[in-house]
Write a protein that binds this ligand. Structure first.
Ligand SMILES: [Zn+2]
Length: 173
């Protein structure tokens, strides 16, 4: 599974791809949050399940994605593109985890919950497994390898989408 950095990059790329221009804000209560930040957070959000000692369960599912879209609809009732962008940014996490390596049971993510309780993992292992024994030197080397690969594989996508967003904004304005 990718690191939080990989998930932030994935959420950012997909969110901006859907929402377009990148200087807009998302209203959360009385605060305005830059969309770049909002989409990055959406990309990392499913891993909050670590805080309750679980992982890759319902927060990594289609059901949770729909909840995120609904919550965004409540925050921004007149901007449907943001509902889709938030869901897409959240969904990027599911796709990246599905494309990752998993070494801890249950293997995979509960992608189709509540329609199906099975765990799914692609056979491709596009991303390196993330070592969580940070005190080990070998673990740190593995983390550097994983982060480097995420930057190499997702960084160009993020740059391309941000440039595309600027281009669209320039044409619109
Ligand atoms: Zn995850």
């Amino acid at each position: 599974m990718p690191t939080p950095l990989g998930h932030a990059l994935g959420g950012l790329a997909v969110g901006v791809l859907v929402s377009g221009p990148t200087t807009r804000m998302l209203t959360v209560g009385r605060r305005k949050v830059p969309l770049l930040v909002a989409w990055s957070v959406c990309g990392m959000l499913p891993d909050l399940d670590f805080l309750v000692g679980a992982h890759q369960g319902v927060t990594h599912s289609l059901g949770a994605l729909l909840v995120v879209a609904l919550a965004t609809q409540i925050l921004e009732p007149r901007r449907p593109v943001l509902w889709v962008a938030a869901a897409a940014a959240y969904g990027s996490h599911l796709v990246l985890d599905w494309l990752g390596s998993d070494t801890v049971a249950p293997i995979g993510i509960m992608a189709l919950w509540p329609f199906d309780g099975g765990f799914y993992l692609s056979p491709y292992e596009w991303f390196f497994p993330v070592c969580r024994d940070y005190w080990l030197v070998a673990c740190r080397a593995d983390l550097v390898q994983a982060v480097t690969w995420e930057l190499v594989s997702l960084g160009p996508l993020v740059i391309a989408v941000l440039l595309f967003g600027r281009f669209r904004r320039g044409r619109a304005g």
